[in-house]
Design a protein around this ligand. Structure first.
Ligand code: 1GP
Length: 238
């Protein structure tokens, strides 16, 4: 048995077992629907529920996760757009640094602002290097962070950014094409990054079909995150 969520992801990555997370945005998911949504997520054999978004209204994540936990046994992992989205009702937190950007607010300021909360919290904190790749849309990460994504073609820069993240001590690397991306992160980029890191790789943004999901897995994603496709059609089968 893994003691922590990070350990569970690390072991799966070593064994080549592929993991799935469904992302719920508290701003777009009504509390009344949580029982139905939770059972649909469990039917998809997802491993985790991620909760977060770029523009979530202040304070609603706490109640959202508290209610969600009443309806699911799956671990809930916070994937916050900012420090106001922290809650002790979750199991773990992706402690994100936006390594592709050059905005200090998302490299270190938000992280410092989260400390007064985290100092008194039992949340598992998972240091995560977050890398925004151009998904062909003005994603909300791009708008909020006011940073430029790495072009899909610039594989070398994506690899070097991921490796720098690993050297800095990140435990996970997250390649993000942005929610609702037109194009998910391409195969060559995923496999090049995977080849150069020894920590687990998360891939998300714009994955809408089973084929795209399997493609991300085949090229080295250990954990894939799906938000919009599930939001638009919770009965969708991956
Ligand atoms: C998680 O932002 C993504 O990495 C989710 O993207 O909403 O496009 O699935 P989608």
């Amino acid at each position: 048995m893994s003691k922590t969520i990070l350990e569970f992801i690390q072991k799966a990555s070593i064994k080549g077992e592929k993991l799935l997370a469904i992302l719920l945005d508290p701003d777009k998911t009504s509390l009344e629907k949580l029982p139905e949504i939770s059972s649909k997520i469990e039917n998809l054999n997802a491993n985790f529920i991620f909760v977060g978004g770029s523009f979530v209204k202040n304070g609603i994540t706490d109640l959202f996760v508290e209610m969600l936990k009443k309806h699911t046994k799956l671990p809930v992992i916070l994937f916050p757009g900012d420090f106001s989205q922290l809650t002790n009702h979750a199991d773990a937190l992706l402690f994100l640094s936006l390594l592709s950007g050059r905005n200090p607010e998302y490299l270190i300021e938000q992280q410092i602002k989260s400390v007064p909360f985290l100092k008194n919290s039992a949340l598992e904190i998972i240091p995560t290097g977050y890398i925004l790749i151009d998904g062909g849309t003005n994603s909300s990460v791009l708008k909020t962070s006011k940073t430029k994504p790495i072009p899909q073609k610039n594989i070398e820069l994506a690899v070097d950014t991921a490796v720098a993240g690993m050297y800095k001590g990140k435990q996970l690397i997250y390649l993000e094409a942005g929610s609702g991306a037109k194009f998910p992160v391409n195969s060559q980029l995923i496999s090049a990054v995977k080849k150069h890191i020894t920590i687990p790789l998360i891939v998300g943004g714009g994955i809408k079909t089973k084929e795209q999901l399997n493609n991300a897995y085949k090229n080295g994603a250990d954990l894939v995150v799906i938000g919009t496709a599930f939001e638009n059609n919770p009965s969708f089968k991956f």
